[in-house]
Design a protein around this ligand. Structure first.
Ligand SMILES: Cc1cc2nc3c(=O)[nH]c(=O)nc-3n(C[C@H](O)[C@H](O)[C@H](O)COP(=O)(O)O)c2cc1C
Length: 195
């Protein structure tokens, strides 16, 4: 099936596009690793946008979260996805969009339930007294009023990853297959690698 690196390249980006489109797809979320002073930090993030031509992907986050400071100190990340018997590993650098037109467009396109995620009173990871305190309102909560919406928007950030390398691994009883694509100049260096 994967007899050319071009076919793998197209296929890997199609997997990412499908993940961004559907919450039911295993590529809808992946484990995102950042660099911190305490060592690596890994957590899931939802794949929100994919641009195969530009070689970029994006996630949304709360700008009060620890990962924002980590990304500002060191924008290098790895983002790892698994599904359909395939692993896709992305690495590169993240640019944070807070109040520019790109952030605005991402906010405008996001759904009500997603926006609620940014309406919690406390910064993610803050110590609280009771379970759930300071977090975003639940789905049963009334819609955000204008003030709460403005507050949520103020906590929102779009994070765009410029992919430097894409590593694709297919697991199969017939034999595993792996390929690596790395930016080189205006293009991509493509190689088969040992699985
Ligand atoms: C399936 C899943 C998807 C998630 N998606 C996101 C996301 O898109 N953005 C985000 O900031 N956090 C997301 N989270 C929460 C993070 O994993 C993490 O708990 C939170 O962002 C705090 O991370 P930090 O303390 O490293 O900043 C998700 C968690 C899960 C389990």
């Amino acid at each position: 099936m994967f007899d050319s690196l071009d076919a793998v390249w197209t296929h890997a980006w199609a997997r990412l596009l499908a993940g961004a489109r559907s919450g039911a797809d295993p590529f809808h979320q992946g484990v995102l690793a950042t660099v911190s002073a305490e060592g690596p930090q890994a957590r899931y993030a939802v794949l929100r946008a994919v641009d195969p031509t530009g070689g970029t992907v994006a996630f949304h986050t709360d700008r009060r979260s620890p990962k924002r400071a980590q990304l500002e100190a060191d924008p290098r990340v790895a983002w790892c996805f698994f599904g359909h018997g395939e692993q896709v590993r992305l690495s590169g650098t993240v640019h944070l969009h807070l109040d520019d037109a790109e952030a605005e467009a991402a906010w405008a396109a996001s759904r009500r339930a997603s926006r609620q995620n940014y309406a919690g009173a406390g910064a993610p990871g803050s110590r609280v007294h009771l379970p759930g305190d300071g977090g975003p309102p639940g789905l049963g909560a009334p819609p955000l009023d204008a003030e709460a919406m403005a507050f949520a928007r103020g906590n929102f950030a779009l994070a765009r990853l410029r992919v430097q390398a894409l590593d694709w691994l297919s697991l199969s009883a017939q034999g595993h297959v792996r390929a690596r694509f790395a930016r080189e100049g205006d293009g991509w260096q493509a190689d088969w690698t040992t699985p």
